[in-house]
Design a protein around this ligand. Sequence first.
Ligand code: UDX
Ligand code: UDX
Length: 433
Amino acid sequence: MKIGIIGTGYVGMVTAVGLAELGHNITGTDIALEKIDKANQGIAHIYEPGLEELLKKHLKAGNLTFSHDLDGTISSSDVLFVSVNTPQQEDGSADMSFVESVSRRIAENLNGYKLIVEKSTVPVKTSSWIKRIVCLYKKQDYDFDVASNPEFLREGSAVKDFLEPDRIIIGAETDKARDILTKIYKKFQDRILITNIDTAELIKHASNSFLAMKISYINLISDLCEKTDANVELVAEGMGLDSRIGKQFLKAGVGYGGSCFPKDVRALVKIGEDLGVDLNMLKEVDKVNTARVERFVEKIKKALWILKDKQIAVLGLAFKPETDDIRNAPSIRVIQALQSEGALLRLYDPKAAENMKEEVPESAKVVYSDSPYEAVKEANAALLITEWDEFRCLDLKKVKELMANPIIIDGRNIFEPEKVRELGFEYYSVGRE
Ligand code: UDX
Ligand code: UDX
């Protein structure tokens, strides 16, 4: 069975490499030709732990290749995973134009039975549209099926998540489609849940929105903690010990970012609106999340009063650790707020600085540093926005000596308050004294 992956972005690339590791024959294709050229040289265009090693391994083994030729990839594949992006539009809904145009190209190149698998996050009922488009545009009368196989990869641990999944969701409506996907994921047969396509599509949006809700919930609780003597870390621990709640996704902080949660929560609200179902609760989740950055900036102002011409070190730019991805990163909004107040910024991230330079270019008031120590030099305050391990291991004595004012505002609760204060820092964090 030959598998084509259309769209080798964050999801498509990991899917290509992961399916190759499961022993399949994979061709990846993308309109961004430079990604394809790099991939064929064994270079991943994204930073993702373990990705490049597996990429090189399977290029060498000969069961993974990348092609500029979309039509050729379609004709030579039996199964096509569609993992093009589905960006958010003004009204919150997902822009499905890339999925539509890829569906047309598949139709035009149909040269035998194909299974088209939705990998991108799509609104419930998308498969009906794909089917309609393929029927309208197909030039030859071959059979095809559409199936949904949502991905649950977390950036930063995407390869591991692919190779050790909690579950494989297969939404299909014919035996043939079900059999093909079950065979592809044979290694995980104890974890496969087979549903109809609408259900599979909804599982993805419902899961992401639920996790986002958990984060907004604990963030609200952290506000309560700040008004009392409670400690949000311990509240989360105490809640998480209840197996019905679970301890994951209860880290309070500057809010969730990334290419999924913010977009998927809004998309589900819009799906609800279109279907006449009021998902107001999710509007609140989004509202709470947006307010986190404002709250964080208030803390900075509380510590520094006037931000104009204050030198501020921003440690952590990626939306989460172990990725170079800055899509919807809370750091962007924090930086914009500080810029509008006239602060002087020194930014540092182990992996995401290059991507951030496109969003926040270097200027007289914005400098990118090569190390966290360089960033904190002469700073009036240091902000922690992404919980990279590198920051947990900082030599805080050295940091204190380098800073003009030893003030840390920690948006991810990286440090133990007592320890940092003992070293002579003024320390602010989230939901705890
Ligand atoms: C994924 C999912 O596909 C998206 O639906 C989900 O909500 C977020 O995660 P991701 O892999 O992160 O998207 O997006 P991106 O890194 O932008 O990758 C999409 C790729 O598709 C890009 O490399 C882009 O060049 C490619 N693409 C886009 C095509 O090859 N053809 C197109 O017509 C459009
Ligand atoms: C998410 C889903 O977890 C994954 O299943 C889906 O396929 C894609 O979307 P991702 O966005 O890559 O993955 O990372 P995730 O680890 O879920 O973190 C998302 C955001 O939530 C990050 O900004 C992170 O900092 C934040 N977060 C996460 C918290 O603020 N607190 C937490 O407890 C967990």
